[in-house]
Design a protein around this ligand. Structure first.
Ligand SMILES: *[C@@H]1O[C@H](CO)[C@@H](O)[C@H](O)[C@H]1NC(C)=O
Ligand SMILES: *[C@@H]1O[C@H](CO)[C@@H](O)[C@H](O)[C@H]1NC(C)=O
Ligand SMILES: *[C@@H]1O[C@H](CO)[C@@H](O)[C@H](O)[C@H]1NC(C)=O
Ligand SMILES: *[C@@H]1O[C@H](CO)[C@@H](O)[C@H](O)[C@H]1NC(C)=O
Ligand SMILES: *[C@@H]1O[C@H](CO)[C@@H](O)[C@H](O)[C@H]1NC(C)=O
Ligand SMILES: *[C@@H]1O[C@H](CO)[C@@H](O)[C@H](O)[C@H]1NC(C)=O
Ligand SMILES: *[C@@H]1O[C@H](CO)[C@@H](O)[C@H](O)[C@H]1NC(C)=O
Ligand SMILES: *[C@@H]1O[C@H](CO)[C@@H](O)[C@H](O)[C@H]1NC(C)=O
Length: 740
């Protein structure tokens, strides 16, 4: 369910279908046709009979292989013979919908050198003796199937390209299968379930290796030494395993290395200075480990580097000055480390190709460096959660491609100026400046522009003022987070003019007045059809929604975020309007901690997508409408501390809610709370069997929450482990989101 593994890959082989060219003169063709007409069986004279039989028996298992027995097998689609048109040397049937096991008849094609069965639905273990029978193979591509079983046979000495990636293979990868593979260029077993250690000294038995990919398995232990023999290795990919220990000290022996990719392991120790010997590196990807120490001082020796991803480690120190010599950098991600010092001490001006810069969650201080504004290619910048200060300067307008800007959780000042400058930025789509500008006043007027803005996050700034009218001109807005401010006045009805708005968080403010009926007509919340039409391009950088805890929920595109209305912790009063039943596409409705009175409208049962309904700490009275039990996706329900009365509904999701959902309502009775209804209620007695104790609740709620949160949300591997344990999420998690 959770996409731990990338979904799309390209494979080595180009999957060309080779069509044999015929160079015959017309007369010859003519007589051939006559011959065919007279002696139809003669046409297969060129094709080896045993191979033909083997292929026909192979094809008998797969309806999509419509090879005709009446035609020379050398001209069958996907088949190539050797020069003498004798033996079959190539079987290439990628993406042909083949389903089932590999038939044993394949083993008779003993001259086969090229085997491509990729992108099919083949399953089961590989037939015994596959590699000893087909000992002339130089290319094996079985990627993108569902093969299982172990890899135990010694591989044929002729092997050049070997790709088992994206299957269900398991077991260990023993050194013995690599006996002597002098020509092996590419070995790819990525995205399987292999366990055990990485075999040592692979380049000693296979000195020609160029591509080595063990990523996305369950391999353990250290990365073995032996890289000085890897003189041809260009790509080493060992990411997303359970590897431990330090980087091998002879890694700098693999001088041809262009891509070193070891993310998502538990590697420790320092990133040794000797890594800067790998001067042909274009991509160094070490994120999601436990590396300590500082970024190598001489990292600038890697002058071809385009991608440097060291995020989510324990690196300290500062940005080495030599980094500015990496003038080809396009992506620099150092998020979640302990890097520090004044950011303006570093000269960014050489990074003319930099498109993505993420320095979030570090300890950088000082003002925004002016040199950053000369990186004209920048599309996305995150500097959130650092110790940065000062004002947003007009120079930021020089970043004419900037689309994503997250500066949250620093101490920037002067929001009027910041909005004034940023609003003229034509390309900006995501602006997150939460937790800055403390206690300033939100400008009421004078802001125009922001014509492409989709996401605005200004939560936790303790801003004074009212919901500003200039929001009305930001017609592309999809998400507004103004939570945790001091915003007063009413919730304006004109918000309904924002055609694409599907997430509005005004919680934790000082808003008063009633629930504006106009809000129930917000087009993207009132109609699923409208919501589906909302432009949904990826964020340039993922957005993190941190309920106090950073980096847990990660969203890669807006539609992964649930349509929501958060109005909790304000001074809102009056009835909850029946029209609330219009908000057909809403998933989360939070009206808690206000002064709403009257009854819970029955019409809420029309909100069939509702997953979370929070009405606690209000002045609501009457009964809980029993129609709410028709809300099949409702996984969280909280009406505590109101004046509700009567029988708690049973059945449906109501059998899963815990008693704390109802506390502080003296008039409520029936399961799951202890108080029985015998006296007050004339309705039928609830059945005692519907009472669930907490452990069951957790078992039922857990998977539901897992589903709801997992759906559409790309989770970091950290989150993966949290949710896969199916922990019940704490009660505060639905409130006080801060976007970073
Ligand atoms: C290995 O195969 C996967 C596809 O399953 C592909 O994405 C990856 O790039 C390949 N590795 C190398 C080093 O080519
Ligand atoms: C076999 O099927 C393919 C497509 O499915 C078609 O292009 C080809 O002409 C067919 N060949 C024969 C001999 O029917
Ligand atoms: C580095 O790359 C260059 C250019 O592709 C190549 O000529 C050189 O041999 C490479 N160096 C090593 C050590 O492979
Ligand atoms: C950048 O590279 C130049 C030329 O190779 C070198 O002279 C300079 O010292 C380097 N700068 C830093 C800060 O390493
Ligand atoms: C804000 O930054 C502080 C440290 O500066 C950190 O402790 C806190 O978790 C951050 N808050 C969020 C919401 O990221
Ligand atoms: C914010 O910046 C503007 C324009 O530079 C300036 O006029 C104003 O005084 C500043 N406000 C504060 C509170 O510093
Ligand atoms: C943040 O997450 C950690 C680990 O899951 C947890 O122990 C801690 O209580 C959380 N912090 C807050 C403020 O809830
Ligand atoms: C639910 O919606 C339907 C039509 O959309 C309407 O007829 C019905 O009255 C609504 N139910 C409630 C309880 O509001």
């Amino acid at each position: 369910m959770l996409p731990r593994k990338p979904l799309f890959y390209s494979s080595y082989t180009t999957n060309q279908h080779h069509h044999r060219r015929h160079h015959h003169c017309l007369g010859f063709v003519g007589s051939l046709i006559i011959l065919i007409f007279l002696f139809p069986t003669l046409t297969d004279a060129d094709c080896n009979h045993d191979d033909k039989d083997s292929l026909l028996s192979f094809a008998a298992n797969f309806s999509s292989l419509n090879w005709s027995a009446n035609v020379d097998c050398c001209s069958w689609d996907g088949i190539t013979c050797d020069k003498r048109r004798d033996r079959v040397v190539r079987l290439s049937v990628p993406g042909r919908g083949l389903r089932g096991f590999i038939p044993f008849s394949l083993l008779n094609l003993t001259s086969l050198s090229f085997l491509d069965l990729s992108y099919n639905f083949l399953s089961g273990p590989l037939p015994d003796g596959l590699f000893s029978s087909l000992n002339k193979l130089h290319t094996v591509d079985l990627s993108y199937n569902t093969f299982s079983g172990n890899l135990s046979e010694t591989l044929p000495g002729s092997l050049k390209l070997f790709n088992l990636s994206s299957n269900h293979f398991s077991g260990t990868v023993e050194k013995t299968i690599f006996k002597s593979l002098q020509s092996l260029v590419a070995f790819n077993i990525s995205n399987n379930s292999f366990t055990g250690l990485i075999p040592p000294s692979l380049c000693t038995s296979s000195p020609a290796l160029v591509f080595l990919d063990f990523s996305l398995n369950d391999l353990t232990g250290n990365i073995p030494q032996g890289f000085s023999a890897c003189s041809n290795l260009r790509v080493l990919s060992l990411g997303f395993n359970n590897l431990t220990g330090e980087l091998p000290s002879d890694i700098n022996g693999a001088r041809s290395l262009q891509q070193l990719s070891l993310p998502g392991n538990s590697l420790t120790g320092e990133i040794d200075e000797n890594i800067t010997d790998l001067t042909n590196l274009t991509s160094l990807v070490l994120f999601g480990n436990m590396f300590t120490g500082s970024i190598p001082r001489n990292i600038g020796r890697l002058s071809l580097l385009e991608k440097l991803e060291l995020h989510i480690n324990k690196l300290n120190g500062t940005l080495p000055l030599s980094l500015m010599n990496c003038t080809k950098l396009q992506l620099l991600n150092l998020r979640v480390n302990s890097l520090g010092d004044r950011l303006s001490d570093f000269d960014f001006s050489n990074f003319i190709r930099l498109t993505i810069l993420d320095l979030g969650e570090n300890r950088f201080t000082g003002v925004l460096p002016k040199s950053l504004f000369s990186c004209k290619s920048l599309i996305a910048i995150r500097l959130a959660t650092n110790g940065l200060e000062g004002e947003i300067l007009p120079d930021i307008r020089e970043l004419t491609s900037l689309s994503f800007l997250s500066l949250s959780n620093n101490t920037f000042r002067n929001i009027s100026q910041a909005l004034d400058i940023l609003s003229s930025h034509k390309t900006l789509t995501t602006l997150i400046i939460s937790k800055n500008f403390f206690n300033e006043t939100l400008p009421a007027a004078g802001i125009s522009g922001f014509q492409d803005l989709k996401v605005i996050g200004m939560g936790g700034c303790k801003l004074f003022g009212q919901v500003p009218i200039w929001l009305m001109s930001l017609t592309n807005l999809q998400l507004i987070d103004f939570s945790q401010n001091n915003i007063s006045g009413i919730i304006p009805g004109w918000l309904q003019t924002l055609q694409n708005l599907f997430y509005l968080d005004l919680s934790n403010n000082s808003l008063s007045g009633g629930f504006p009926i106009e809000l129930t007509r917000l087009p993207a919340l009132a109609s699923q059809q409208h919501l589906d039409q909302v432009n949904n391009t990826n964020f340039e950088l993922p957005v993190f929604v941190a309920p106090q805890n950073a980096s847990y929920l990660q969203y890669n595109y807006p539609a992964a975020i649930h349509p929501s209305l958060y109005l909790s912790s304000n001074n809102l009063s009056g009835d909850i309007p029946v029209e609330i039943g219009n908000m057909q596409s809403i998933h989360v409705l939070d009206l808690s901690q206000n002064h709403f009175s009257g009854t819970i409208p029955d019409s809420i049962s029309n909100l069939t997508n509702l997953e979370k309904l929070y009405l606690s700490h209000n002045l609501l009275s009457g009964e809980i409408p029993s129609s709410l039990k028709s809300l099949h996706f409702l996984s969280s329900f909280d009406v505590a501390y109101n004046n509700l009365q009567g029988l708690i509904p049973t059945g449906g999701q109501f059998n899963t809610f815990i008693d704390q959902s109802y506390e502080g309502n003296p008039g409520l009775c029936g399961p799951p709370i202890q108080k029985s209804c015998n006296k007050q209620s004339n309705s039928s007695l609830p059945s005692p069997s519907s009472h669930k104790k907490d452990p069951d609740v957790i078992m039922i709620l857990g998977p539901i929450l897992g589903f709801c949160f997992g759906f559409g949300i790309i989770l970091t591997f950290q989150t993966y482990s949290i949710l896969s344990k199916r922990r019940i999420l704490p009660r505060w998690i639905h409130r006080y989101f801060i976007w970073t």
